[in-house]
Write a protein that binds this ligand. Structure first.
Ligand code: SAH
Length: 394
């Protein structure tokens, strides 16, 4: 059966011809009234020329194009895309005995809008961000098993919190293939308990791998404060890097327990590490000056939407201001924003304002971003979200 057709208004094909994968509702001239949420549809220009095939969704982004220039998806579509995603991770050198934890599919960045797949050893955690990918989940799971080199034995589907609630899909988190058989993954030779069953996102922030590795190099002989520690990723690297002490702070008791477990896994009984189950702003306000000479600020997204940009920037300014007020002279600050709506220029300006207000002399040592297993499709700059600065504070 052929797909239903969505026809665009004259001139609205431009962005699709440049391979930007989103069709906005305002660009549509006509479409059948019986298209259903998540359905595969064909998009044409006003004259009926095929532009591509994608998933339909009720909302401002109405179609996410999966394949340009075709009017339907071939049976091997997911297998082809996943093979190509896997080949890229091989090229990146991420699949090694001392590293079995990486992002295999990063939505638009892997030409699979609406889909995220993270790999933890022999388990793949699949997350759908669109109804179309929810309906395709079993095809995705099956295709994952068709890449023998990936050695995936279990596929866990986790989309309870990522699908638009208005779609009423009520997805259940469940194993589509295999079952639970351990949850320890290895990142750059360090071990991590990954809680994909109850943890945030797919259970781990894979996107900070390179930044954690950089932090390790700065840690020797320093007193480290890891704010918003979640699973303690930065803390574990700081310990291996030879930090004098590491304090990890998170307001979630579950996160603090995960951090403790990960420290125990890698450095059992090591007295250098302490966790603090408390609010980050309160901790920074109450702590003494000059206590730490390496501080990490990796908060949750302060601006999840464009409407929240102004308040988000106030939040980043306030948070970084507190760190500038307290960090020891000669200290290093790793500061991040994962808010997609906030550009790196905006973030840098917020951090600059905080530095100027504190009167500290601050130099930028590194400008950080998301790692290469979170690629950005050049036609889709919206895929860029993580930014960070490494600062030297005198
Ligand atoms: N740095 C982490 C990821 C941070 S995710 C890593 O590398 O994996 C953001 C974390 O901030 C979550 O664990 C959340 O519980 C915590 N958090 C959110 N608001 C907070 C607050 N006000 N004070 C302290 N922690 C907070």
């Amino acid at each position: 059966m052929s797909n239903k057709i969505i026809k665009l208004k004259p001139g609205k094909e431009e962005s699709l011809l440049r391979h930007h994968p989103w069709v906005f509702s305002g660009a549509i001239a006509s479409m059948p009234s019986d298209i259903e949420e998540g359905e595969e549809v064909t998009v044409t220009d006003n004259k009926g020329n095929v532009l591509g095939v994608g998933h339909y969704q009720i909302g401002s982004i109405t179609v996410r194009i999966l394949e340009f220039g075709k009017d339907s998806l071939s049976d091997d579509f997911f297998e082809r895309r996943l093979r190509s995603a896997f080949a890229l991770r091989q090229t990146l050198g991420l699949i090694r005995p001392d590293n079995n934890c990486f992002r295999l599919v990063h939505g638009e960045g892997d030409f699979l809008p609406g889909l995220v797949v993270d790999i933890y050893g022999d388990t793949a955690v699949v997350q759908a961000h669109s109804p179309g990918m929810h309906f395709a989940r079993r095809k995705v799971a099956d295709a994952l098993t068709l890449i023998p080199e990936a050695r995936i034995r279990n596929v866990y589907y986790k989309s309870e919190t990522t699908l638009p609630y208005k779609a009423h899909l009520d997805p259940e988190n469940e194993y589509l293939i295999g079952s639970y058989d351990g949850n320890i993954a290895i990142e750059n030779g360090l071990q991590f308990n990954i809680d994909w069953l109850k943890g945030q996102k797919t259970g781990f922030f894979v996107d900070q791998r390179e930044n954690r590795a950089l932090l390790e190099k700065f840690s020797k002989g320093r007193k480290v404060l890891n704010m918003f520690c979640y699973t303690g990723g930065f803390s574990v690297y700081a310990m291996r890097g030879g930090a004098l002490s590491v304090d990890s702070v998170d307001s979630s008791s579950k996160a603090v327990a995960l951090t403790d477990a990960n420290i125990d896994l890698n450095f059992p009984g090591d007295p250098r590490h302490h966790t603090h189950d408390t609010d980050a702003f309160k901790f920074l306000t109450d702590m003494k000056k000059d206590e730490y000479d390496l501080i990490i600020l990796d908060p949750p997204a302060f601006a999840k939407h464009r409407s929240a940009i102004k308040n988000g920037l106030i939040g980043y300014r306030k948070l970084n201001g507190k760190a500038f007020d307290k960090i020891k002279s000669g200290g290093i600050l790793f500061t991040f924003s994962c808010s997609q709506a906030i550009t790196k220029e905006m973030f840098r300006l917020a951090v600059f304002s905080a530095a100027a207000k504190s009167g500290r002399k601050v130099r930028i040592l590194h400008q950080l971003s998301q790692p290469a297993d979170h690629p950005v499709d050049i036609s889709h700059p919206e895929g860029e979200y993580l930014k960070g600065l490494v600062l030297y504070v005198e």
